[in-house]
Design a protein around this ligand. Structure first.
Ligand code: BES
Ligand code: MN
Ligand code: MN
Length: 494
């Protein structure tokens, strides 16, 4: 079975139980018992190898690696031992091992065919090892004019006892990888290459998978009354759009899942201008929207038998003579009025109209929004968990469980009257600002709750997990694509 994945710059990936390259790099999966997974005596000197192993501190822990460069005997120019811990190995541990393998491969001088012995691993482990390895491989370097580092392998063969099982499992995982990579790519593009219009074009190009793409342009948005979203975008030279993606693969009477994404292509703060220090990072403020795009891609590529709606509100939040100003009062699409106290709290304004539209138009079974919404969520949950706010325990539990399974963890935080009180306005139905350092992320969620009606809904604040200043297990520093795996996991079992 051979795969060609876009973004994975290798000739092929293969699960097999026989063929082996007699050159390049040999990788050996090794549990803590250090019993090697195969009869290797035909191409390495086993006793010499084991002796060498004894003189190291290698224990076989998950993701531990040991490199034997230029072994004297045998055809391989490197042998790598990859620790797999102890059985049973769960999918996340397998992914972690795969990701460490990638890091080591990347540090070696030349690109090579990889032969990876994993005959000792059971079930879907080989598929998850490859999945972790490939997720970690992604990087964004299209704007470099010289390539800093070669891709570390041109072919990758995993030898395992049940290749059919691995192939079957990888069928799902490969579509997730592509959805995650799509999201990462769209997020990483700087705002001069990823305006709301560019985002729309990108969605139209890529969603040739049976997804219906409806584009609401500025004049249509005016007709429909997306006044809050338009207010955020009115200071930008690049006009706003709302994208509506529809995947329909179940009877139409089956209520859909609705995913709503904040797609602020650049957030300067508007008239409530942000300080310059980290402002450039606000090119990533459409990570929620991109996660929705990636999730729809993944769901459609797998042809999941469900109905899903994706709604992405695309704007730029810029200071200008035409900008929204602090104190302005807007009548939202829902009819409720909003006093805009801080134009930098724009994400909730964009989402307000999108959420209202999603639930009134599509009557979803569940509605989930994703947004890089507040610094306060980063302050409380660091970079480990997305903040989850929900009006529905079943949905909240589903998301929490899904997050555990796919390593995109969420942590539920409370909604409540104490937060609703913070957004009471002296002049309008509500204001767009809560109390700094006192649950602002919850106040934002309470704000959103005004637009979801009685729909079971969850808000995921991904401000702390959408990108990382350091390498993580699944991604090098930069954007993570958080949300694609989580939404896919939920949809897969829906
Ligand atoms: N997009 C930002 C939140 C953000 C900032 C996420 C930095 C990740 C990193 C959002 O629009 C924003 O400006 N939030 C403000 C809200 C405040 C003005 C109420 C915040 O959290 O400081
Ligand atoms: Mn902002
Ligand atoms: Mn923002």
């Amino acid at each position: 079975m051979k795969y060609k994945l876009s973004h994975v710059r290798t000739h092929f990936l293969d699960f097999n139980n026989s063929s082996v390259f007699k050159e390049g790099i040999l990788v050996i999966g090794c549990f803590e018992d250090k019993v090697l997974p195969f009869n290797a005596s035909s191409y390495i000197d086993i006793s010499l190898f084991l002796k060498g192993l004894q003189s190291t501190s290698f224990q076989g822990k998950i993701g531990e690696t040991l490199v034997f460069p230029y072994p004297v005997s045998g055809p391989f120019h490197h042998i790598i031992l990859l620790g797999l811990g102890s059985l049973p190995l769960d999918s996340l541990q397998a992914e972690k091992a795969g990701a460490s393998l990638y890091k080591i491969l990347e540090s070696l001088p030349s690109s090579s065919p990889i032969t990876f012995h994993l005959e000792n691993a059971l079930g879907s482990t080989p598929a998850h090892v490859l999945y972790g390895c490939l997720l970690r491989s992604w990087k964004f370097e299209k704007y470099r004019t010289s390539v800093l580092q070669k891709y570390p392998f041109d072919s990758f063969t995993i030898l395992c006892s049940h290749p059919e099982e691995a192939v079957h499992k990888f069928e799902r995982l490969k579509h997730i990888i592509e959805g995650v990579f799509l999201a990462r790519e769209v997020i990483s593009e700087p705002s001069n290459y990823m305006t709301p219009k560019d985002f729309v074009t990108r969605a139209q190009e890529l969603l040739d998978l049976g997804i219906e793409v409806e584009v609401l342009n500025e004049s249509r948005l005016k007709e429909l009354g997306f006044r809050t979203l338009l207010a955020v975008g009115q200071g930008s030279a690049n006009p706003p759009y709302v994208l509506i993606l529809k995947w329909t693969n179940a009877p139409i009477e089956d209520a859909p899942l609705a995913f709503v994404g904040k797609g602020v292509c650049f957030d300067a703060g508007g008239i409530s201008l942000k300080p310059p220090l980290h402002m450039h990072e606000m090119k990533w403020d459409m990570a929620g929207g991109a996660a929705v795009l990636g999730a729809l891609y993944t769901i459609a590529a797998q042809k999941l038998p469900i109905n899903v709606i994706g709604i992405i509100g695309l704007v730029e939040n810029m200071p200008d003579g035409k900008s929204l100003k602090p104190g302005d009062i807007i009548t939202s699409l829902s009819g409720k009025t909003i006093e805009v106290v801080d134009t930098d709290a724009e994400g909730r304004l964009v989402l307000a109209d999108c959420l209202w539209y999603a639930q009134t138009q599509f009557k979803p079974k569940y509605m989930i929004d994703l947004a890089t919404l507040t610094i306060e969520t980063v302050a409380s949950l660091a970079h480990e968990y997305a903040g989850l706010f929900s009006n529905d325990d079943t949905l909240a539990n589903l998301l929490t469980d899904s997050g555990q399974k796919c390593a995109e963890k969420v942590w539920r935080l409370p909604l409540g009257n104490h937060l609703a009180k913070q957004i009471e306005s002296d002049y309008a139905d509500m204001k767009n600002l809560g109390e700094a350092y006192a649950g602002e992320n919850g106040a934002a969620a309470e704000f959103l709750k005004n637009f979801v009606g009685s729909t079971p809904w969850a808000h995921l604040d991904i401000a702390g997990v959408a990108w990382s200043k350091e390498d993580t297990i699944y991604a090098r520093k930069g954007v993570t694509g958080f949300g694609v795996k989580l939404l896919e996991e939920l949809a897969y079992h829906f």
